[in-house]
Write a protein that binds this ligand. Structure first.
Ligand SMILES: [Zn+2]
Length: 121
């Protein structure tokens, strides 16, 4: 199992631990939970408070960006699923493939102009 670096931002201590099982790594000095800082190689010197603060802000921003990207991705997936459901509805309710394709193309054109996502019934 790979080891990553865990840091206590109160004590400016780091520990190398396995990343298995999302374990909690307590700081040996203050017993607070350490933050997994992955493979960060620029660990500041203990008394360099400014750099520790900067590192903390940087890691929190990365975490925020990852969360935002993940939310955007799940919204996109939801839209994909809705569109595929709509297409399946059209295919099921059409008398043949040609009619179905025509209706789907019409829906796509309409959506391009209005951003509309619901079938036109
Ligand atoms: Zn600590």
């Amino acid at each position: 199992m790979e080891n990553t670096t865990w840091a206590c931002f109160d004590c400016h201590e780091t520990y190398r631990r396995s990343t298995a099982n999302d374990e909690i790594v307590p700081c040996a000095k203050c017993n607070k939970h350490c933050m997994n800082i992955g493979f960060e190689i620029n660990i500041p010197k203990k008394n360099d408070t400014k750099s520790w603060d900067k590192l903390y802000i940087k890691l929190k921003k990365q975490e925020r960006d990852r969360n935002e990207a993940s939310i955007k991705e799940s919204v996109r997936l939801k839209h994909d699923i809705e569109q595929n459901e709509l297409r399946l509805d059209i295919i099921e309710s059409s008398k043949d493939n040609k009619t179905a394709l025509k209706t789907i193309n019409k829906q796509l054109k309409k959506r391009a102009y209005t951003g509309e996502n619901k079938p036109n019934k």
